[in-house]
Ligand binder design. Structure first.
Ligand code: GAP
Length: 509
């Protein structure tokens, strides 16, 4: 993993129509991006994979689509007006602004990296008999690093819990954290900054209300809890899922589509009996990590990370972290949100948000376990593990996106070997018969080698070549993206084969 890989992924995304900076002709808008012609297909497939796994595959989960604008009291009740803050710190020399918590977390990650290197070196030295756990608990240098991490973590946790901004600054100073730009330790005090965007609703300034662009989709689910309960046949435990835009005025947003100011979330709130929330929390941890693993990405790239300090609404929280090109970072959050949100909304709205449990013969405010994942982070995780540079037998290099075939933007490309002798007509006939069911590309420009490279770079899992033999015996060659193996097969069998290889069954079964 390296800066180079990250830079290559960013430029590949632009060159092949996956991601463009927003309003690029005006030099872009910070931390806002657009999906291009191939990116939007991948985004739609990611969302469909999530939606199907949640709504279609679970009898007890339904979906909704709530609006972005909501009553301002929603954000008062949810605690976002008072507590949706990031601790910020500026470096006085570079004038760059950072999230103080991120500076500390990155410092800890660097120490963890040192431990990893020590362990790897020792593993090489000792060979097969090496016991990594034993080494970690006995080697003085590793123990010293670990003690440092534990000490910083303990101080940091306490400072966050007690909202001691001075202490957070002191941790940064004591850890000798320097600004990556100026290299200096000349820091301002730490301040809290609210991340919500606000705007006015109503035409006359005096009459208008301040409303917020939602910073999470979850609240749209909470305020519809009663509507869904009363209009569906769902009984607890059941879930409500939603995919939609969220907005945060992120101050430190320098990691491409990892941290954006406008992004999409895929969230599911699972309503359970009070006291049963930890059972369901474990269930959703397991279910969600399996969802990721189905994509065929190296399992070592995922890990759970328990929160040091839970958000204002949670009694347990864990992140599924992914090893992005810039290190392990949050991909998805799973939170046990207690009855915080429904209780708050009940209080501020004056409406009873309770469930009558016929088995217990009593009413209660349900507890909630939430799963929440960003579309763009999933996109970046898939793209960065799919992106590979390979040197071929003839010495040439190819860039290939090894995206799961079901998620690939285009499933198949139809390529006549030459642009004459009736091959384009035959190829077009196949293209026309496939396009009703499959995103299919037709390409007759350039040499066949160049066209294969182009499809590899887009992640198209199959290429079908129509050649002169096709005219004689109605066969074609099918080329597999990952192995580059080619086989001859009847043209009539292409449709079924590709449908099967790219079907949702591959991910959902
Ligand atoms: N409803 C809970 C919630 O919003 P969160 O941990 O703040 O929790 C959930 O966000 C997920 O949303 C994250 O795991 C991440 O995938 C995505 N996300 C959050 N902020 C983001 C941003 N600025 N840009 C892109 N994705 C973001």
């Amino acid at each position: 993993m390296s800066d180079d890989l990250f830079k290559n992924i960013i430029s590949h995304s632009k060159e092949y129509g996956f991601i463009f900076p927003s309003s690029e002709i005006y030099d872009g808008l910070g931390a806002v991006y657009d999906y291009g012609q191939n990116g939007v297909l991948l985004v739609n497939n990611i969302k469909e994979y999530w939606w199907k796994s949640m709504v279609q595959m679970h009898e007890n989960i339904v979906g909704i689509d709530s609006s972005i604008f909501m009553h301002p009291k929603v954000w008062k009740a949810s605690g976002h007006v008072d507590a949706f803050n990031d601790p910020l710190i500026d470096n006085k020399d570079s004038k760059k602004r950072y999230r103080a918590d991120v500076l500390i977390e990155e410092h800890i990650a660097k120490i963890e990296d040192k431990i990893k290197k020590e362990v790897e070196k020792a593993a090489k030295r000792f060979g097969e008999t090496f016991d990594a756990e034993m080494y970690r608990s006995t080697n003085p240098r590793v123990m010293e690093y670990q003690a440092k991490i534990d000490q910083i973590n303990a101080r940091f946790k306490k400072a966050l819990e007690e909202n001691q901004l001075d202490e957070i600054k002191k941790i940064i100073e004591d850890s000798e954290i320097v600004c990556p730009i100026s290299g200096s330790r000349n820091w301002t005090d730490v301040r809290q900054f609210n991340l919500m965007f606000s705007t006015q609703m109503g035409s006359v300034a005096e009459d208008s209300d301040t409303i917020y662009l939602r910073p999470e989709t979850a609240q749209g689910i909470f305020v519809n809890f009663l509507n869904v309960l009363n209009t569906s046949r769902q009984r607890i435990p059941f879930g409500i899922a939603q995919i939609g835009k969220a907005f945060r005025n992120e101050i430190v947003a320098r990691q491409f589509i990892f941290r954006m100011r406008e992004f999409e979330q895929m969230e599911m709130q699972f309503f359970v009996r009070p006291g049963e929330e930890m059972k369901w929390y474990e269930y959703w941890k397991e279910t969600r990590i399996n969802w990721h693993k189905k994509l065929g990405i190296d399992a070592a790239k995922y890990k759970f990370h328990d929160h040091l300090k839970t958000a204002h609404y949670a009694n347990a929280a864990v992140d599924i972290e992914f090893e992005f090109p810039f290190g392990f970072k949050e991909l998805e959050g799973i939170h046990s949100r207690t009855d915080f949100d429904l209780k708050q909304h009940q209080e501020l709205s004056g409406k009873k948000l309770q469930y009558f449990d016929p088995e217990l013969n009593q009413s209660y405010i349900p507890y909630v376990v939430e799963t929440s994942i960003g579309v763009s982070r999933t996109f970046l995780a898939i793209l960065s593990s799919a992106y590979q540079k390979e040197v071929l037998e003839n010495g040439e290099e190819r860039v290939v996106l090894k995206i799961h075939p079901t998620l690939a933007p285009n499933k198949v490309a139809i390529l006549p070997l030459v642009k004459k002798d009736g091959l384009p007509e035959k190829a077009r006939a196949l293209f026309n018969s496939l396009k009703m069911d499959l995103y299919t590309q037709y390409d007759e420009k350039d040499s066949i080698g160049k066209r294969y490279r182009r499809q590899d770079a887009l992640g198209t899992p199959f290429c079908i070549t129509i050649d002169h033999q096709s005219l004689e015996d109605n066969t074609c060659t099918i080329r597999h993206r990952d192995s580059m193996q080619q086989e001859r097969m009847p043209i009539d069998a292409v449709h079924r084969l590709i449908l099967e290889k790219t079907s949702w069954n591959q991910l959902l079964s």
